[in-house]
Unconditional design. Structure first.
Length: 189
């Protein structure tokens, strides 16, 4: 386990473009707020398992969300298809300096690439990078039980199911469990 005694603090400024086998991760910028991006957030299929479905997404609300990352230890990234250089999704990381933990989220908004390994590739590239950062000792994430693709990504990246909150949220009027995964900083399997 990492020791905090002789390490610098976590710094999102240390992030540089990351390249995986299928994806490139880069900062999400103002010019990434496109009709396509807003379309992902308003697509009921894309946000089916996300609380984003309860929000009204506009260009202004997206700008406000992006600006909420400024001056924080949190990261908001875009995921691009390495081959086409086309934006296909986003990732977030919310860092807690008090606990040296990071909560990670992912949205693959481009449904045409679903099921092709882009999510797992981006997830592993990003969580591996986070695991190498000073003062990050644990990475966490969660999802609703029916979100099988997300659960698979977390499990295939070496995360372990740590907790279940039975019937915590409603999906189509039916109570669903929330699954919480975590892993101490180490490489994907």
């Amino acid at each position: 386990m990492k020791s905090a005694s002789n390490q610098a603090s976590f710094s999102p400024q240390a992030f540089t473009v990351l390249t995986g086998k299928k994806t490139i991760l880069d900062w999400f910028r103002l010019d990434d707020i496109t009709e396509q991006y807003i379309g992902w957030l308003t697509d009921p299929v894309v946000v089916r398992f996300s609380n984003q479905k309860f929000k009204n997404h506009t260009k202004d609300s997206c700008k406000a969300y992006l600006s909420s990352f400024q001056g924080t230890d949190n990261l908001f990234l875009k995921i691009m298809d390495k081959e086409s250089q086309k934006a296909i999704g986003t990732m977030t990381a919310y860092y807690s300096s008090h606990h040296q933990t990071v909560d990670v989220g992912i949205l693959i908004g481009d449904r045409s690439v679903w099921g092709q390994g882009f999510g797992l590739d981006a997830w592993c590239v990003f969580t591996d990078w986070l695991g190498e950062q000073p003062l990050v000792r644990k990475i966490n994430a969660g999802t609703m039980r029916p979100n099988l693709g997300m659960a698979r990504i977390m499990e295939q990246s070496g995360m372990v199911l740590e907790a279940v909150r039975p019937g915590q949220e409603l999906l189509d009027g039916q109570p669903q469990d929330l699954l919480y995964y975590g892993k101490f900083t180490s490489k994907c399997k």
